[in-house]
Design a protein around this ligand. Structure first.
Ligand SMILES: [Zn+2]
Length: 215
């Protein structure tokens, strides 16, 4: 049994590269082009990991030699068993992250497959609030804000995919005191958090948003 080392957003990178390479294998005959795509798929996957053992590098890099759909399937299936899930969290721990919210609506924790979660996000439709929980250095950080559906498609800040967006705005302490000492910080993000978690391939934008938005 191997130690889990792949996070959800890294699996998304691998899936994306596998999909692109398979599509290229089906549609492109030029050997040189194929070689380039094979090489760049493996390179993009290795790039998604800050640290890897030689053995892990070897296994991830196998993708550059695949020919059949079966090989891709077997590879992705094996890697799924090495996913490092979102750290386990209880309803009580979540409640503690939002101490001012007395009527906090909690996510359906039992129905979530935490292997495929980069950030835990859920919304309360009744109050138009979006909640996000993310682990930073072994500690959970929670942010909440107002969510306003735009009914339009655009690029999500977190996953960078073209999806139906909502404007997420969080109250923060103003850097320069205004009358009420409150300013808002916001961005367009996916309306569907689960779809966002299936698309996200980098955590930089998400982490920057959370660190700016937290009080
Ligand atoms: Zn998104």
């Amino acid at each position: 049994m191997n130690t889990p080392f792949i996070r959800n957003h890294q699996l998304n990178v691998i899936k994306k590269q596998a999909e692109f390479l398979q599509k290229t294998l089906r549609t492109v005959a030029d050997r040189k082009v194929l070689e380039t795509v094979r090489y760049s798929a493996a390179a993009a996957i290795l790039d998604a990991f800050p640290v890897l053992t030689e053995e892990q590098k070897g296994r991830l890099g196998q993708i550059s030699g695949f020919e059949t759909a079966y090989e891709f399937q077997r590879y992705l299936g094996a890697l799924e068993s090495e996913l490092e899930p979102f750290p386990s969290i209880t309803a009580k721990q979540i409640q503690k992250l939002f101490p001012k919210n007395k009527k906090l609506k909690l996510p359906e924790l039992s129905s979530i497959d935490f292997r495929f979660v980069t950030y835990l996000g859920w919304s309360d439709i009744a109050t138009n609030r979006l909640f996000i929980v993310y682990p930073f250095n072994g500690q959970f950080v929670g942010i909440e804000g107002r969510i306003t559906p735009t009914h339009k498609k655009g690029y999500c800040l977190f996953c960078n995919r073209h999806q139906e967006l909502a404007f997420f705005s969080v109250e923060t302490k103003a850097a320069y005191a205004s009358a009420d000492n409150i300013s808002r910080y916001g961005h367009y993000v996916c309306l569907d958090n689960e779809a966002c978690n299936h698309s996200i391939t980098h955590t930089e934008a998400l982490e920057k948003f959370i660190l700016t938005a937290r009080k």
